[in-house]
Design a protein around this ligand. Structure first.
Ligand SMILES: NC(=O)C1=CN([C@@H]2O[C@H](COP(=O)(O)OP(=O)(O)OC[C@H]3O[C@@H](n4cnc5c(N)ncnc54)[C@H](OP(=O)(O)O)[C@@H]3O)[C@@H](O)[C@H]2O)C=CC1
Ligand SMILES: O=C(O)[C@@H]1CCC=N1
Length: 272
């Protein structure tokens, strides 16, 4: 992984995920960025950063700005309207990196009239350099452009490349959306604690620390997740009783695959 400063980037859409990427790039060192964002409040965290200029639309991008990469982080539903405005950068040879759920390489190729495109699926821990991205390079990408995409994405965490673009749909469901499922677990633990009479502040701290600490242990351990789970589960103890509920056939073993299938299906629908 290169530690050199990142080249000029044009970020289209600075919402929750675009903002998370931008935070990751700034932490790594970014030469300059123009951020296209009509929704002004979402760029507030970056106010005063000398590397960053925010503009409301494609037409107001300073004419002298030559990005090496254009990162597309608007909603998939905004792609058709927004993307044609960036065709001049495609003609200028910039690499496009799309993080939009569902949007396929061929669809992006058509909207951008023949740009070099990487389709990538990051996740929000990117904001603290602990993201996980899976990426797939389009047929027009050169090796140098793939390396550039890898540098940008790996500035925010781990990156893995796949050849088969169809895998990006289940990836979107698992690692793209995965932080939401983990945060839901924290929410549910907190709520259950309050229902058991634990003071709300303590329930909140317990739930957050338990999820964060378990994640950190998983990250540092070489053991399988199943072994770490078994380490908590004393035979005939308390955890076993909870897991009997969660691991019953109709519970998590059915619900998690169903949830992932639903999200994967939606990713395919969003291809439009
Ligand atoms: N959130 C996540 O965890 C992940 C999201 N993604 C993908 O990232 C993309 C963005 O998602 P997310 O950050 O959650 O969504 P957000 O709505 O938070 O961000 C999108 C931003 O783009 C702005 N926007 C709207 N139209 C344009 C335009 N024409 N040009 C530039 N910016 C525009 C929106 O403004 P306004 O609100 O005014 O419309 C908004 O601030 C999606 O395609 C999503 O699939 C991928 C991985 C994970
Ligand atoms: O929910 C979504 O559609 C996006 C893609 C993955 C995470 N958030």
């Amino acid at each position: 992984m290169s530690t050199a400063i990142l080249p000029p980037v044009l970020l289209v859409g600075c919402g929750k995920m675009g903002g998370a990427l931008l935070s990751g790039w700034l932490a790594r060192g970014l030469s300059s960025a123009v951020v296209v964002e009509p929704h002004h409040p979402s760029t507030k965290p970056f106010a005063g950063r000398p590397e960053i200029r925010v503009v409301p639309d494609a037409v107001t991008i300073p004419s002298g700005f030559v990005p090496e990469a254009v990162v597309l982080a608007t909603k998939p539903q905004q792609a058709e309207e927004a993307l044609p405005g960036y065709r001049p950068f495609a003609r200028g040879g910039a690499l496009f990196v799309s993080i939009m759920a569902g949007k396929t390489l061929s669809g992006l190729d058509a909207l951008l009239e023949g740009a070099a495109v990487v389709r990538a699926m990051p996740n929000t821990p990117a904001a603290i350099g602990q993201g996980f991205t899976v990426a797939c390079a389009g047929r027009r990408c050169t090796e140098a452009q793939k390396t550039l995409a890898d540098r940008l994405l790996s500035a925010t965490g781990e990156v893995s490349w796949v050849e088969a673009e169809s895998l990006i749909d289940p990836v979107t469901a698992i690692s793209g959306g995965g932080p939401a499922y983990v945060f839901l677990l924290a929410e549910m633990l907190e709520k259950a604690g309050v229902e058991q009479g634990i003071p709300p502040d303590l329930a909140r701290r317990m739930a957050r620390a338990t999820v964060a600490g378990s994640g950190a242990l998983l990250a540092r351990s070489e053991e399988d997740a199943a072994v770490l789970r078994q380490n908590v589960t004393s035979p005939k103890g308390t955890t076993e009783q909870a897991l009997n509920v969660l691991m019953a056939e109709h519970a998590w073993p059915q619900l998690i695959p169903r949830a992932i299938e639903a999200a994967t299906r939606r990713s395919r629908e969003l291809a439009g």
